[in-house]
Design a protein around this ligand. Structure first.
Ligand code: CDP
Length: 589
């Protein structure tokens, strides 16, 4: 590792972040004592990722200057790479990606290979997605033994149990995505798999929806179930009844979600390498079998400039666009270096990753930026700005990848990818943008997560091991102080309610801007997801929150809207439909 410069500025760390860092991220000795602090951690990450630069002769950067630039962009909380990079960069383990997809073949050997590979990935801090669609249905004959097959849902249980036993990187339990195609004969059992709370608790489940199925729903027709082992039709179901069952289960518990498989494959940049059958655990990263991807997020709220006025274009007011552009270029270089620096648990994964070199640059702190700009999340202005920012990241991100391709060569599969026929010049990375949930990163950066609205203006956060952390949104606090409304009793009241919409004593314009997840109509959640999706190569992690009183028809309408708006999938959550929520206000559900 490069020597740590003596004049590094230590980052300013909020108490929640310090807690998370010392519990999970700082390197520890054999007695569990931390052997680094935040400066040490970010220098370890910056210097080891920058060291990759040395092998590229055409690089305009010297590794030590680049390390410094990486260090500054992370410690100013402008950009953070995904958790495994923070945990493992510069360490012996060296596995830096958050997202993996593994194939599950239709044989005992292949199924248990996948269980084993998943365990290896979880150990290194990554999450795994699987499609179970190739498994023969329950009760089909098994040639070698003359017995009957258990079917996808039964095997899913084995993956779930194995995950239970392995902590990711010794710090958190593994996360999985399980996908089954809508035309698999076991689809009804799959849709009902999480009926009982606690079942398959290490899995998010999503149904892989096809265009043919959606058309059958629209026309209220039957559709065919197909046995993947024989390729033959095995029964028919009424599409609308199946869709209603999906809606019903999502209404009850939020599970399963849906992903639009054909749409994901329409955007597959490397179809010559096969079909995409699954995403990573939180749904934002579709990947080929054995592919992995590392993510990173720009903290949009860190680019807010108070009082900044661009005379030529008033819409630019309040955002440091030049700063975002510089950070994008650095972040793309960082993420591409991570592809080189990362060590993978399987050679096959390493090969697949280095063929396409996918990276996923996204955003966090979006709701905070809207608060800072005083733009309501559920407004046309917010949607317009979302598109503008993501368009900016998409085009500048692509330019950065083109620049890297000029220095280092394009991703090896570029020639057989869709890009040459689209007239897109050589890129270093098959995908560049993804919007991650940033569950932990946003705590570290002290901003709102991903593109989600705030859950509450003041709330208790349930983190690891049932601990609760109290938080008040800093922009809300500032706005209250500006109008002389800041007081402890008021904040406690807000913590109790989560929202300020019923607090008539507060000015109307304040209430209009400081909306929270439950104040926002589901359609606006969806519109926001769709706005970001329009400029994202991969997908957008987003939950459409609905009030407890939402009906099945409301969920039906959201699913339909997701389809029509071009989303790649949708996850809904009806307030109070699970007994343990990740985020809760202190008010009883
Ligand atoms: O904020 P952080 O980098 O920790 O993660 P995130 O943005 O919330 O999640 C990004 C991806 O990391 C997820 O989609 C999963 O692929 C993976 N992940 C995981 O494997 N296990 C977790 N407990 C959380 C995330």
């Amino acid at each position: 590792m490069m020597n740590m410069p003596l004049n590094l500025t230590p980052p300013v760390i909020n108490p929640n972040a310090e807690k998370v860092l010392s519990k999970r991220y700082y390197r520890k000795d054999e007695n569990g004592q931390c052997v680094e602090d935040a400066t040490g951690l970010f220098w370890r990450v910056a210097s080891s990722v920058a060291a990759e630069e040395a092998k590229y002769e055409q690089s305009p950067w010297k590794p030590d200057a680049l390390a410094r630039a990486f260090y500054d962009m992370m410690t100013d909380w402008r950009f953070l790479p995904n958790s495994p990079t923070l945990m493992n960069a510069g360490s012996e383990l060296g596995q830096l990606s958050a997202c993996f997809v593994l194939p599950v073949g239709d044989s005992i050997e292949e199924i248990f290979d996948a269980v084993k590979f998943a365990a290896m990935i979880h150990k290194s801090g990554g999450g795994t997605g699987f499609s179970f669609s190739r498994l023969r249905p329950k009760n089909s004959r098994v040639g070698t033994t003359g017995g009957v097959a258990s079917g996808p849902v039964s095997f899913l249980r084995i993956f779930n149990t194995a995950t239970e036993q392995i902590k990711q990187g010794g710090t958190r339990r593994g996360a999985n995505m399980g996908i089954l195609r809508i035309d698999h004969p076991d689809i009804l059992e799959f849709i009902r798999a999480k009926e009982q709370e606690g079942e398959f608790n290490n899995f998010n489940l999503s149904v892989g929806i096809t265009e043919a199925f959606m058309q059958a729903v629209e026309q209220d027709r039957d559709y065919a179930l197909v046995n993947p082992a024989s390729g033959k039709e095995q029964g028919r179901l009424n599409a609308r009844e199946v869709f209603n069952l999906l809606v019903d289960k999502a209404w009850q518990s939020g599970d399963p979600g849906i992903i639009f498989l054909d749409r994901i494959n329409r955007d597959n940049p490397t179809p010559a390498q096969g079909e995409i059958e699954s995403t990573n655990p939180c749904g934002e990263q579709p990947l080929l079998p054995y592919e992995a991807c590392n993510l990173g997020s720009l903290n949009l709220s860190s680019f807010f400039v108070p009082g900044h006025l661009d005379e030529t274009n008033p819409a630019d007011r309040g955002i440091d666009w030049a700063g975002i552009e510089r950070t994008i270029a650095l972040a793309v270089r960082f993420l591409d270096n991570v592809v080189d620096a990362s060590q993978f648990p399987l050679e096959r994964i390493a090969e697949q990753v280095r063929r396409n070199r996918k990276i996923g640059l996204g955003v966090m702190g979006w709701a905070d930026l809207l608060y800072q700009l005083r733009i309501p999340y559920d407004s046309a202005d917010a949607i317009t700005l979302a598109e503008r920012i993501m368009d900016f990241i998409e085009t500048r991100g692509r330019a950065a990848s083109i620049q890297l391709a000029a220095e280092r060569g394009p991703f090896p599969a570029y020639e057989t990818s869709v890009y040459p026929t689209k007239g897109i010049p050589p890129l270093r990375n098959a995908t560049i943008t993804t919007i991650a949930p940033t569950g932990t990163l946003s705590i570290l950066a002290g901003c709102s997560s991903g593109v989600e609205p705030l859950f509450a203006l003041s709330f208790a956060r349930n983190v690891m091991d049932g601990e609760r952390l109290m938080e008040v949104n800093p922009h809300f606090e500032e706005a209250l102080r500006e109008i002389d409304c800041y007081s402890q009793p008021l904040l406690e009241g807000v913590a109790e309610l989560g929202s300020i919409q019923s607090l008539d004593q507060l000015p109307e314009d304040l209430r209009r801007v400081f909306v929270t997840a439950m104040d926002i109509a589901p359609e606006w959640h969806l519109r926001m997801q769709a706005a970001f999706q329009r400029h994202t190569d991969n997908a957008v992690s987003k939950t459409v929150n609905l009030p407890n009183s939402a009906t099945r028809d409301d969920i039906f309408a959201i699913y339909w809207m997701a389809y029509e708006e071009g989303c790649k999938g949708v996850t809904v959550y009806r307030d109070g439909s699970k007994s343990t929520q990740v985020l809760t206000t202190s008010a009883p559900a």
